[in-house]
Design a protein around this ligand. Structure first.
Ligand code: PLP
Length: 240
């Protein structure tokens, strides 16, 4: 597939306008919402184009793919975010490329990350590693993420047993539906889970990563601080 990313700046401007619109409807400051460029299944040039357009948060969902791209982009000062399911046996490799993990979905993964980081992995960067807990707010079987009722225990595990991890907030993928009310209510429940965790654990969890190309305006209305945009910035995904 040929894709020169010449429309990226226009696409980004449109997305930022939509974020501004949704934020103002919700009486929020649009600067509270950052854009993560999701470059999975796009070549390294997509990351470079995003950086040139002013985006420094890059989301990838596969370790090998991110490693391959990162090798060609050593000159870019971007923050690599893991947003896909991370297998425990890939933790060491993942820490070679990712600066943050936004898809922390199990106690085992938290402990594995903590262990590998305490052995000194994650070359060139200092722990603690910023993490977000991925919560399966829609309860769909195909989705990753800890179930809402397991979020407290997972958060406690991170706080009590994982000094190498820095819990910053929560992440979710919205439900697969076109029903806007259902989508909004899923995003609202992520925010409510966050609020409850803050109360129970007496911590601050400022980050809510929610909203993708098709639903980010709804996520912004419900308090998103990070929208993860792929298709609406880069066009359809090819095979990298
Ligand atoms: C692919 C992906 C995105 C981006 O999806 P688009 O619909 O292309 O914007 C966001 N978040 C996660 C977790 C993804 O896997």
């Amino acid at each position: 597939m040929v894709n020169d990313y010449s429309h990226l700046k226009d696409n980004l401007r449109r997305a930022l306008d939509a974020i501004g619109e949704a934020a103002s409807q919700a009486h929020r400051d649009p600067s509270e919402v950052r854009v993560v460029a999701v470059t999975k299944n796009h070549p390294p040039e997509a990351v470079r184009a995003a950086f040139q357009a002013g985006i420094s948060l890059i989301g990838e969902n596969r370790v090998q793919e991110a490693l391959a791209k990162r090798g060609e982009l050593e000159d870019l000062d971007v923050t690599w975010l893991m947003i896909g399911h991370l297998q425990r046996n890939k933790v060491r490799k993942a820490l070679e490329v990712f600066h943050q993990v936004h898809s922390l979905d199990s106690m085992e993964l938290a402990l594995a990350l903590n262990r590998v980081l305490s052995e000194g992995a994650g070359e060139g960067r200092r722990p603690p590693l910023p993490v977000l807990l991925e919560v399966n707010v829609s309860g769909e079987a195909a989705k990753h993420g800890v179930m809402p009722q397991g979020a407290l225990q997972l958060a406690e595990t991170v706080l009590e047993r994982c000094p190498m991890l820095d819990l910053k907030g929560l992440m979710c993928v919205g439900p697969l539906t076109e029903d806007e009310r259902e989508i909004r209510s899923a995003f609202a429940s992520l925010r409510e889970i966050r609020d409850r965790l803050e109360e129970r654990l007496l911590i601050e969890l400022p980050e809510l990563s929610m909203g993708m190309s098709s639903d980010f305006h709804l996520a912004v209305m419900e308090g998103s601080t990070m929208v993860r945009l792929g298709t609406c910035l880069f066009g359809p995904r090819g095979v990298f």
